[in-house]
Design a protein around this ligand. Structure first.
Ligand code: HH2
Length: 383
């Protein structure tokens, strides 16, 4: 089943509209300031230029479109505006996505991960950290045994399937023996995913979007595990930053994710078990990461929950003005700003290292935004 990558971009003002238009080189009609916000619907593989619709007059403007474009635009709006409320996990379980975004805590059982390498290589410490993350409000923990850091940090050390299993399996088994909360395994390798799911992992987080290991797709389909399809340039972290240019900074990534989702569904993966992730830092320039974050909402047009991970990454350091050797604490303000953008863009899952701080930050944003009756209910539930 082809997953359409017709995208809806939101533009709050004329400057944002000019940016979106510049990527496709079309000239939008002149909109009066009072007509903003507008939405730009971009039709994948269509000679028709994107259409710009004032949000307040969407229904009448849609009527003016030729029937085929109207239908495509309507469906893109529907997908973008009706996000999935759950993600289907292995063994028929579900991840609740109604309290968006769900926080995914990162536990890297590696010696060389870019920000926490070596901290949780010891299985007991990794398990303790995972439990601590759940207690702090994480909805899911993501256990990884291989660094996929870019070459700027020095090449990640290649890890064999056996070694990766040796790192993540005792951790996943021990977490599962202590809690039934959702566990994700961050791996590109089918052998690792198979062992992890057998040990109780519910979700496979594949940074290669099922392209690294040909056995991964049949495995995910067979095990009925949830899958995060993350976008990456190529399949090798050591070379992914060699070319970070895109014809369209958002649509190119979105159409590759749509193709990955189509392949998964064709192979028998339930569409409700798929989440997509633009892969910040994975073959993206520093400003390219900002484009993806600023227009994250466009990915919702694909119809899958959107996951995103900006936590502590190099572009966060760079734009928040801290040096290469910045400590996790120094990277936190930038990571939290990225979290606010991810939430505003409708991310369903945010992958973070600093779970405690991120949960509190998101709680506070939700409290500020909640209208009075909802706030009163939250307050009585608060500790
Ligand atoms: N980023 C990293 C690893 N896995 N998975 C998803 N879905 N999205 C991401 O953005 C993402 C990811 C890189 O971060 P980390 O695991 O902390 O570093 P390393 O690869 O060095 O272990």
């Amino acid at each position: 089943m082809p997953v359409p990558a017709d995208l809806v971009f939101a533009a709050a003002n004329a400057e944002a509209l000019r940016e979106i238009a510049s990527w496709d080189g079309f000239r939008p009609a002149t909109f009066a300031a009072s007509e903003f916000p507008v939405d730009v619907v971009r039709f994948e593989r269509s000679p028709s230029p994107p259409v710009v619709l004032s949000r307040a007059r969407r229904a009448e403007s849609l009527k003016a479109l030729p029937a085929s474009l109207r239908e495509r635009a309507q469906r893109a709006f529907e997908r973008a505006e009706r996000p999935a409320r759950t993600l289907l996990l292995a063994r028929g379980r579900r991840l609740d996505l109604t309290e968006c975004p769900a926080v995914m805590g990162v536990v890297n059982v590696t010696p060389d991960s870019f920000s926490d390498g070596g901290l949780y290589l010891d299985a007991e410490r990794a398990v303790a950290r995972a439990i601590q993350m759940f207690e702090a409000g994480a909805s899911i923990v993501d256990v990884g045994g291989e660094s996929t850091r870019p070459a700027t940090y020095g090449d990640a050390i290649p890890v064999s399937v056996e070694e990766e299993i040796g790192r993540v399996l005792p951790v996943i088994e021990a977490i599962r023996s202590r809690t039934d909360r959702p566990i994700s395994v961050d791996t590109r390798k089918a052998g690792v995913a198979r062992a992890a799911v057998a040990a109780g992992a519910d979700l496979v987080n594949d940074v290669s979007a099922l392209r690294y290991d040909p056995e991964m797709l049949p495995l995910v389909a067979r095990e009925k595990a949830a899958i995060v399809l993350m976008h990456m340039r190529g399949t090798d972290p050591r070379t992914m930053q060699a070319d970070t240019s895109y014809a369209h900074p958002v649509a190119d990534v979105a159409s590759e994710l749509a193709a990955a989702a189509s392949r998964a569904i064709d192979a028998g993966v339930d569409a409700g078990a798929i989440a997509i992730d633009p892969g910040l830092g994975f073959g993206k320039s520093p400003p390219g990461n900002l484009d993806l974050l600023r227009h994250l909402a466009a990915f919702r047009s694909l119809g899958f929950p959107v996951a995103v991970g900006a936590s502590r990454k190099a572009f966060v350091r760079r734009f928040s003005g801290v040096g290469d050797e910045a400590s996790p604490a120094d990277r936190l303000p930038g990571s939290l700003a990225a979290l606010a953008a991810a939430r505003a863009g409708g991310a369903a899952i945010v992958r973070v290292h600093d779970v405690e701080e991120s949960v509190r930050f998101l709680r506070m944003l939700a409290a500020i935004e909640a209208p009075a009756p909802k706030r009163a209910a939250a307050e009585t539930a608060a500790p």
